[in-house]
Design a protein around this ligand. Structure first.
Ligand code: NI
Length: 173
């Protein structure tokens, strides 16, 4: 089932999400629905709060053909370097800006079956994971921009609103 993606201004996007205590059939069903949704939206990342579920679950796609994978209760346990790159967000359609992120991260999480994962990521995958974990903490990419840029974007959204249809973009997370 394709889920409705919540847009900027929806309070659920500002809430801190709860840890998932066990990978139940309901959680597996949610993962399946989120995978359908991310393909429908042509995104490369999606966090459960973006579809109205305040749980610590994200989907990430490294855009290298490996497909979309779920990460449950993801945590960044190490980070190195910093790099700027363009980001957008399925919850803030039509807005794109360069964001500074760690270049390399170490991640612990559970996979879609509840098995523990511990891996390193760099490049686009590291960026997507950092963006999606931010969603679990109620943080949006525009919060990480300098104040002048952020205020300009907020004014633009206030004046023009957000488009109903997300622009299909490889940068939308
Ligand atoms: Ni996003």
């Amino acid at each position: 089932m394709i889920l409705k993606v919540r847009k900027y201004g929806d309070p659920i996007l500002r809430r801190k999400a709860d840890a998932i205590p066990a990978v139940t059939p309901e959680i597996k069903g949610l993962i399946a629905d989120m995978i359908e949704t991310i393909y429908d939206q042509v995104g490369i990342g999606l966090a459960a709060p973006q579809v109205g579920i305040p749980l610590r679950l994200i989907l990430v796609d490294d855009n290298k053909g490996g497909g979309v994978r779920p990460l449950i209760n993801p945590a960044i346990t190490g980070r190195r370097g910093s790099v700027e790159g363009e980001e957008g967000c399925l919850s803030i359609p039509g807005i794109f800006a360069p964001v500074v992120r760690a270049e390399w991260i170490r991640v612990s999480a559970l996979d879609g079956d509840g098995a523990p994962l511990d891996f390193e990521a760099s490049g686009l995958l590291a960026r997507v994971i950092q963006h999606e974990i931010d969603h679990l903490d109620g943080i949006l990419f525009i919060d990480r921009l300098d104040k002048v840029t952020r205020d300009r974007i907020k004014r633009k959204i206030k004046k023009e609103g957000l488009p109903d249809e997300a622009p299909h973009s490889a940068f939308a997370l």
